[in-house]
Design a binder for this molecule. Structure first.
Ligand SMILES: NC(=O)c1ccc[n+]([C@@H]2O[C@H](COP(=O)([O-])OP(=O)(O)OC[C@H]3O[C@@H](n4cnc5c(N)ncnc54)[C@H](OP(=O)(O)O)[C@@H]3O)[C@@H](O)[C@H]2O)c1
Length: 251
């Protein structure tokens, strides 16, 4: 089926697989042209082939690298002439353990990759297109940024900072650019595998909606937050969690 071109362009970081890929897929399906990033070039190539090389380009690089941030936006502008939407999705969670023993250099690295990178990309899209022409930014946070999650404290701190960054940018970029975040619970990707592998039914049973998330769930939310349907929403964090937070009051 041919999709009618929306005339809009998105840059999605960390989109060779998982949630970022699910978001890119949702945006391509509605007619956007999309630039995706990631570190692994082969995975990026495969993703471009699956998404459609006529509408998607890939820019390899590490999210925290400022030169890559600038190059990604420059390449997107060269290829498509605009960058309406930025989805800051690339993120890392390399440690598991108590905060009392957290290696501070690892905590710094997590902050750099998850938070500073998102700010860097937002600065670039703002300068290159959005300041003059408008658009929207979506930051992929986590439920771990909304409430404490055992043994992933460094990650949770960084995602909480991302939620504040969202509100801060929403305030500063209004009224031209809307900035919102999505806070997913467990979504079935390589990143979260350890949380459910071999025990998915048990993990899913904790969710009032009876299942874990899939990348399409976040794709739908990101498509909404980058559409006219959300034109009066900014600075918000949309929790997409299969209802898991509803358990907080169950004693
Ligand atoms: N899955 C969950 O349960 C869940 C829940 C809440 C929030 N999140 C958030 O959702 C985002 C995506 O996670 P995911 O579950 O989709 O992970 P994933 O399946 O591991 O995919 C991560 C994607 O980002 C790329 N990437 C990873 N580190 C990168 C870096 N430093 N620079 C550039 N690209 C990078 C990966 O490609 P390369 O490895 O080739 O670079 C890949 O394309 C993250 O921010 C994560 O914190 C995930």
């Amino acid at each position: 089926m041919t999709v009618q071109d929306s005339g809009k362009v998105a840059l999605v970081t960390g989109a060779s697989r998982g949630i970022g890929y699910g978001i890119a897929e949702a945006l391509v399906a509605r007619g956007d042209r999309v630039a995706i990033t990631g570190r692994g070039e082969d995975a990026l190539k495969e993703a471009v082939e699956r998404l459609g090389a006529d509408r998607v380009i890939a820019i390899p690089g590490k999210a925290h690298d400022e030169a890559h941030q600038a190059a990604a936006v420059e390449r997107t502008m060269e290829a498509f002439g605009r960058v309406d939407y930025l989805v800051n999705n690339a993120g890392t969670n390399p440690v598991f353990g108590p905060m009392a023993e957290l290696d501070l250099n690892v905590a710094r690295k997590v902050y750099e990759t998850n938070v500073i990178s998102a700010l860097g990309f937002a600065q670039q899209t703002w300068k290159a297109w959005q300041k003059e022409n408008g658009g929207a930014i979506v930051n992929i946070a986590s439920v771990a940024g909304v409430a404490p999650s055992p043994f992933i404290g460094a990650y949770g701190m960084s995602k909480a900072a991302m939620i504040n960054l969202t509100a801060q940018l929403a305030h500063e970029f209004a009224p031209v650019v809307r900035v919102n975040a999505i806070a997913p619970a467990v979504v079935k990707t390589k990143f979260a595998e350890a949380l459910y592998e071999g025990r998915e039914a048990e993990a899913a049973a904790a969710y009032p909606l009876g299942r874990l998330g899939v990348p399409e769930d976040i794709g739908g939310a990101a498509a909404f937050l980058t559409s006219a349907q959300s034109d009066w929403i900014t600075g918000q964090t949309l929790v997409v969690d299969g209802g898991i937070f509803l358990n907080a009051g169950v004693g």
